[in-house]
Write a protein that binds this ligand. Structure first.
Ligand SMILES: C[S@@+](CC[C@H](N)C(=O)[O-])C[C@H]1O[C@@H](n2cnc3c(N)ncnc32)[C@H](O)[C@@H]1O
Length: 234
């Protein structure tokens, strides 16, 4: 795991099956693809290497500078870096054949999650693929599971909204502030599915993702992340 420059957690250097699928698909289509929240390019760089045309977007210009420097010179004409932040960043309608947004949406409040996914729907061509991955309460935030599940039981629309993050991390004394975002909005496959369906997508696949390869952060159970592959109907 490689720390971000802006306190938004880590970029995973080991890809999951949703990112792998995005990278493979990106190399098979003529249309450009978009990675939002690309950090240092963990998915963008292999997609470029596979022949894709990639727009890499991140709120942190420092990440994009490192990504640009890492891209092989002969591939840079297929890379465009855009500094921008969900939900405000915008792209032209029907520009992309696929979009990957991995481990970013959980930094947004519910209305911003919905607005971002509606925008992604607009940015995709008909038939385009959206790959979303998000943190769940079942990874490093396990102390939050009882709150999440009780809220779900009560029908709360966004059960994963969590403030005072220091109270929910392993190995951190309660009430000792940590450097990080002011809140998280932990998600699962059902919540990602609902957001995509409400935006107009058809769901191809939705599941938990086993990231028990997180090390040193307490016991994990194979539900650390959640992912969805959603298709914009033709
Ligand atoms: C936890 S890292 C995930 C990096 C990589 N996508 C992965 O899955 O390992 C979050 C990344 O998203 C970026 N980010 C966070 N919130 C964002 C937002 N609202 N809009 C765009 N980028 C954002 C951060 O700067 C950081 O690079």
């Amino acid at each position: 795991m490689r720390p971000t420059l802006n306190g938004t957690g880590f970029m995973f250097e080991v890809l999951d099956e949703f990112a792998d699928d995005f990278i493979h698909y990106a190399g098979t289509i003529p249309d450009p693809v978009l990675e939002v929240g690309c950090a240092y390019g963990v998915a963008t760089l292999p997609a470029l290497a596979g022949g894709a045309r990639v727009v890499a977007c991140d709120m942190e210009q420092g990440h994009l500078d490192i990504l640009t420097d890492s891209a092989p010179a002969e591939q840079r004409d297929r890379l465009e870096c855009v500094q921008g932040q969900l939900p405000g960043v915008d792209f032209e309608a029907e520009r992309f054949g696929a979009i990957l947004c991995s481990r970013v949406l959980h930094f947004l409040d519910g209305s911003a999650v919905d607005a971002s996914v509606r925008n992604m729907y607009r940015w995709l061509k008909p038939g385009g693929r959206l790959y979303l991955v998000a943190d769940t309460p079942y990874g490093i935030w396990r102390k939050f599971i009882p709150v999440f599940e009780a809220r779900r039981e009560r029908g709360h629309r966004w059960p994963g909204v969590m403030i005072a993050l220091e109270n929910y991390l392993p190995n951190v004394p309660p009430d000792r502030p940590i450097k990080g975002p002011p809140f998280m909005n932990l998600l699962d496959a059902d919540l990602l599915t609902r957001t995509c369906v409400e935006a107009g997508f058809r769901i191809e696949r939705a599941s938990f993702i086993d990231r028990s390869d997180f090390v040193g952060l307490g016991s994990m159970d194979g539900r650390e992340n959640a992912g969805v592959l959603a298709i914009k109907p033709r």
